[in-house]
Design a protein around this ligand. Structure first.
Ligand code: NAG
Ligand code: NAG
Ligand code: NAG
Ligand code: NAG
Ligand code: NAG
Ligand code: NAG
Ligand code: NAG
Ligand code: NAG
Ligand code: NAG
Ligand code: NAG
Ligand code: NAG
Length: 507
């Protein structure tokens, strides 16, 4: 009798699994796209507001090639578990090594429902623009690095967009010298993508919020032909410190200043530390009707505790463990209660397709220089370059220890794989054959870019070895896809048939 019940239950379960299979398989994470001033899900057309955290364990300034935040599946599983506790739908990473394999980490992020906004620069010499003398660093070699990052990440549907630069323009000298070079990088990236990659992954710029040119710089990046203007804009803002209101923080001015912006704008860094511990009181306002009509959410600086003291968690590198800090608890509570009202309906002003002849306080030469990489832009990197694709997830539970604020170890640290991640040739065919159909793709506008990491200005000129390690050329995605499909359906069918037979025998 007991066995009979079990067998029936098994049969029922298997049948459910079998029937539910197709619809469960259908829920994979859709690419986002830019529509007017909002990000929308390209399939459901729902508006998307970013709930994010900046993620660069070790600090962006110390980045070296050879490993990056998405190259080790065990640390990804550890941190993605934590991202889910925080309620995130997006992370931002400042620097990666495009020759490494990011497939498993990007697949796990996608299964957890998390998008990536990725900066294309590093602090390594040759992988960023010198903000004071950008003409010395705007070279084919530099752009090769940028295009490698594009190639490595465009095949993942959860790549939300690329930042061409972070705070490249951050003082009076760079405000004269750099705007047209950053915008040239945006143009080169957008043109590279439209020529060589099927999905027109959006390209943006992340700005230091300097009031002298807050409005003029964003207007300069927003204007012009589609292939030169930015698709979205990030503002790094630390103006809400401690106990404030919409008005006292001057968020009201910030919102007014971008009220007519024609493309998505969001806080690409926020979370002032002048008053500690942080309560993240501003989250409620960012996602309120007052603000969410203009700002598409925000990204808190930053996940790991570094010397700058902005961490949500402590990472102990000797044993790979992480521990929640007070700010982690505060942010997860604020993000959990922040809701937006669904479909945003505010109509966007049309994007200005011609630029003014000058913009206040960025009064250098605003004409874009010709690209030093026009042949690469036309033809793409060679086809042997490391192109990312989704793979079967092998590590969904980290082997590192995770501790809560009180030092108690969290025992179940399995990532909640909410979305199906189709392992298929799809990622590969998101990239055009160099001489195939070419990138159609909906263009949005786009602009700006540069390098460096947040907070610090100045082009860093650290000498990293420019070499990359561990490039793992993808094996044939098509055969992997087919074998995966076969494997899965064999598994499900066999289970169902077995269960039904057992059920019949015992019925
Ligand atoms: C906030 O500032 C605006 C002016 O920008 C003013 O109209 C409004 O009354 C202020 N609100 C509060 C609650 O003080
Ligand atoms: C936004 O547009 C409205 C209506 O055209 C105008 O009154 C307002 O001054 C504009 N705001 C900015 C910051 O340009
Ligand atoms: C995080 O690390 C710092 C410095 O090592 C330490 O002072 C602090 O107590 C740690 N915080 C937690 C919650 O473990
Ligand atoms: C930078 O330029 C602005 C306006 O162009 C000026 O008001 C400010 O004093 C300058 N700052 C410095 C440090 O020179
Ligand atoms: C402005 O920059 C463009 C592109 O680099 C260059 O062709 C032009 O000569 C510059 N104009 C001036 C006045 O320097
Ligand atoms: C392909 O590109 C990579 C990286 O740019 C380079 O190292 C390699 O030599 C190139 N291979 C061919 C066959 O051109
Ligand atoms: C975790 O697993 C990886 C292999 O996947 C291994 O290299 C590493 O040493 C393990 N770390 C711990 C702390 O067990
Ligand atoms: C996993 O995610 C689903 C969908 O968001 C949710 O319903 C479920 O409660 C989550 N499970 C856990 C253990 O968090
Ligand atoms: C990416 O998204 C597109 C559009 O929704 C879909 O057709 C494609 O199958 C997806 N690819 C992968 C690998 O999930
Ligand atoms: C950066 O470092 C390189 C290599 O050491 C050097 O050749 C170059 O002049 C430096 N550039 C700047 C702007 O300091
Ligand atoms: C990589 C490659 O084969 N590029 C070629 C694509 O086609 C154009 C013209 O159709 C050639 O100029 C490129 O060399």
């Amino acid at each position: 009798m007991r066995f009979f019940t079990t067998a029936s239950a098994l049969a029922a379960t298997a049948a459910t699994l079998f029937l539910a299979g197709p619809s469960a398989a259908a829920s994979s994470l859709n690419p986002l796209e830019v529509q007017g001033k909002y990000f929308v899900d390209s399939v459901t057309k729902e508006t998307f507001w970013i709930k994010g955290v900046d993620y660069q364990p070790g600090g962006a300034a110390n980045f070296q090639d050879g490993s990056d935040p998405l190259s080790d599946p065990n640390s990804c599983a550890r941190d993605i578990f934590m991202f889910q506790q925080l309620g995130l739908n997006t992370i931002r990473i400042y620097s990666v090594d495009p020759t490494l394999n990011h497939d498993e980490c990007m697949s796990l992020l996608a299964s957890a429902g998390i998008y990536l906004v990725l900066d294309v620069n590093t602090g390594i010499y040759g992988q960023n623009l010198n903000r004071d003398e950008p003409w010395t660093t705007y070279t084919e070699a530099y752009l090769t690095h940028v295009f490698q990052v594009i190639e490595a990440f465009s095949g993942y549907n959860n790549t939300l967009g690329f930042f061409a630069g972070n705070e490249v323009i951050n003082d009076n000298v760079s405000a004269i010298a750099s705007p047209n070079y950053v915008k040239a990088v945006v143009r080169d990236m957008k043109t590279y993508i439209s020529n060589n990659i099927i999905r027109q992954v959006p390209v943006g710029y992340s700005a230091a919020d300097v009031l002298d040119y807050r409005v003029t710089l964003s207007s300069y990046f927003e204007c012009g032909p589609d292939d030169e203007a930015v698709d979205f804009y990030g503002v790094n803002s630390y103006q809400w410190c401690g106990d404030q209101t919409f008005n006292s923080s001057q968020y009201n001015i910030l919102v007014e200043d971008y009220a007519n912006f024609s493309i998505p704008v969001f806080l690409s860094e926020f979370g002032c530390i002048q008053v500690l511990p942080r309560t993240f009181q501003e989250v409620g306002t960012i996602f309120s009707d007052q603000m969410s009509v203009v700002f598409s959410g925000g990204i808190v600086y930053e996940y790991s505790q570094e010397s700058s003291d902005y961490g949500l968690v402590n990472i102990t590198y000797s044993d790979g463990s992480v521990q929640e800090r007070h700010d982690f608890i505060a942010l997860s509570s604020e993000y959990a209660s922040a809701t937006t009202s669904g479909l945003a309906t505010a109509s966007a002003s049309p994007r200005p397709t011609t630029c003014a002849s000058s913009y206040g306080n960025i009064d250098g030469n605003l004409t874009l220089p010709d690209s030093p990489a026009s042949s690469l832009i036309a033809n793409g990197l060679n086809s042997t370059f490391n192109r990312g694709k989704y793979v079967d997830i092998t590590v969904s539970s980290t082997n590192y220890s995770i501790y809560d604020l009180n030092g108690n170890q969290i025992t179940d640290t399995t990532v909640n794989e909410t979305y199906n991640v189709p392992v298929s040739s799809d990622s590969a065919i998101q990239l055009t054959d160099k001489n195939g159909s070419g990138g159609s793709g909906s263009g949005s506008s786009g602009s700006s870019g540069s390098s460096g990491s947040s907070g610090s200005s100045g082009s860093s000129n650290s000498t990293g070895s420019g070499t990359s390690s561990g490039s793992s050329p993808s094996s044939s995605p098509k055969s992997a896809a087919v074998s995966n499909l076969v494997r899965d359906s064999v598994k499900v069918c066999a289970a169902a048939i077995f269960a039904v037979i057992i059920g019949l025998i015992f019925a």
